[in-house]
Design a binder for this molecule. Structure first.
Ligand SMILES: Nc1ncnc2c1ncn2[C@@H]1O[C@H](COP(=O)(O)OP(=O)(O)OP(=O)(O)O)[C@@H](O)[C@H]1O
Ligand SMILES: O=C(O)[C@@H](O)C(=O)CO
Length: 426
């Protein structure tokens, strides 16, 4: 297998979002969880998205894991590697977008890296280096209250510079609108000034096609699914992708079994989706305060689910509003509370699967990462899209046999996302 496009995603939901975009834009794609074991049989594909869980770990750890994945992808022929970050640029002043981007660029021999989290289909646009989320500047959007990395600055040139050793420049919208030649000329000029990374504006798919065409001729880029769209279309236009079109129908063959939803995302979209789910499904709200005090919330949740799940899907959620989250964090610490709750939600998901759940929806990037690790799933085939950025996934190579999953990024999906997902999972 020769990979036309390699990607390293900093979390698992982001990986499935990207894999969905690449598939929709003509690349046969597989999502692996970490670097696959050599014994894992992968289908013949154009693109591999290696999912890592490195968004919120120490920068050195993120760099080490991403560097290993880059080596693996390059050894399989990937001439371009996209570092998939969140479309809301989730990170802190310590990283990890800057340090990982710099490490990947160094490994590829240096040069300027094009960076854009723009993903207009989900309302993420970048203008004059400022990120907007559904029309609101990042720092005024719900991301200001993110439990792990609250975003307080919409100026990505500044945000990226604070977490990078090299300097950061801007490719502005008029330049992008002028087309690939203008973007190349701007990157050359920035490189001559010693700039190591350039935030690129984009507000439309056309801008992303321009950026994808330019990025594809460089070894590394950093961005969200929008840049993936540009890269995929550039590869498809070059005629290098296999004649066989990406087909998602096989991935949703029925798997039977029970269905459940586990949510650890405290994002505004998830909170609304849970309210709506409460009208049609049993929803258990975990008492996270008691959980952190040592109460066995896991056994209680499993017992609760056991009484209901044979009658239909159940929802178990740790999710809470920003004021409740910040109260808990001030008492137990941001990392400690996040980690303890992720472990609890993943354990609950694992117990539900052990009791016959085969169709599972998980809300939240960190929550999905902990759950997929707990289930030891090595890879996913990409099924049809439930909502922009969220496909149905079919497990590959896991001990439980074929399962269907949906890993929902916190802010993705309409208010009826949960029932829409379950309807597509049979
Ligand atoms: N009630 C709560 N109080 C404090 N923290 C919570 C609570 N419920 C969940 N958490 C933690 O909040 C974090 C939510 O992050 P997660 O990445 O899962 O969701 P998200 O940020 O909405 O999703 P994404 O990263 O895809 O945008 C997790 O660490 C989770 O354990
Ligand atoms: O880009 C996004 O917004 C998502 O794929 C994601 O990474 C959220 O975790």
């Amino acid at each position: 297998m020769t990979i036309l496009l390699g990607s390293i995603a900093d979390d698992y939901t982001g990986a499935s979002d990207l894999a969905n975009t690449l598939t929709k834009n003509g690349l046969r794609t597989v999502q692996t969880v970490g670097i696959p074991d050599p014994s894992l049989v992968l289908p013949d594909v154009d693109a591999v998205v290696v999912s890592l869980k490195i968004r919120s770990v120490a920068a050195e750890e993120a760099v080490a894991a991403a560097s290993k994945a880059e080596r693996w992808l390059r050894d399989r022929g990937a001439a371009h590697v996209l570092y998939k970050i969140c479309s809301t640029f989730d990170s802190t002043d310590q990283g990890n977008i800057g340090p990982v981007t710099e490490a990947l660029s160094r490994a590829a021999g240096g040069g300027i890296v094009l960076v854009t989290p723009a993903f207009p289909e989900t309302g993420r646009t970048v203008y004059l280096g400022h990120l907007f989320v559904n029309g609101q500047p990042l720092n005024e959007s719900p991301l200001k209250d993110h439990p792990l990395n609250p975003m307080h600055d919409a100026n990505l040139v500044r945000v990226m510079a604070r977490q990078s050793k090299g300097s950061v420049g801007l490719v502005d919208l008029p330049t992008v609108a002028a087309g690939p030649e203008a973007v190349r000329a701007r990157l050359d000029a920035l490189r001559a000034e010693g700039v190591a990374a350039a935030i690129a504006d984009a507000t439309s798919e056309r801008d992303l096609e321009t950026l994808g065409e330019v990025a594809l001729q460089t070894p590394v880029s950093t961005g969200a699914s929008g840049l993936g769209l540009g890269l995929a279309r550039a590869i498809a236009c070059s005629g290098r992708a296999a004649a066989a079109r990406a087909d998602t129908s096989d991935a949703v063959r029925p798997v039977g079994g029970l269905a459940a939803i586990v949510a650890g995302s405290c994002s505004a979209a998830t909170l609304r989706q849970l309210e709506v789910a409460e009208r049609s499904m049993p929803v258990l709200r975990l008492d996270t305060e008691r959980l952190l005090k040592g109460f066995d919330a896991i056994s209680a949740a499993i017992a609760w689910a056991g009484e209901r799940i044979s009658a239909g899907p159940v929802v178990i959620a740790a999710s809470a509003s920003p004021d409740v989250v910040s109260r808990l964090q001030s008492q137990y610490g941001r990392e400690a509370s996040g980690h303890a709750i992720e472990t609890a939600t993943a354990t609950i998901a694992g117990e539900l699967v052990a009791r016959g759940v085969k169709r599972l929806v998980v809300a939240g990037g960190e929550t999905s990462g902990a759950t997929v690790d707990r289930l030891a799933i090595p890879a996913f085939l990409i099924g049809p899209e439930i909502a922009p950025g969220v496909p149905v996934l079919r497990t590959v190579g896991n001990a439980q046999g074929d399962m269907l999953l949906a890993l929902k990024s916190g802010n993705f999906g309409g208010e009826d996302f949960f029932s829409a997902a379950l309807a597509m999972m049979g």
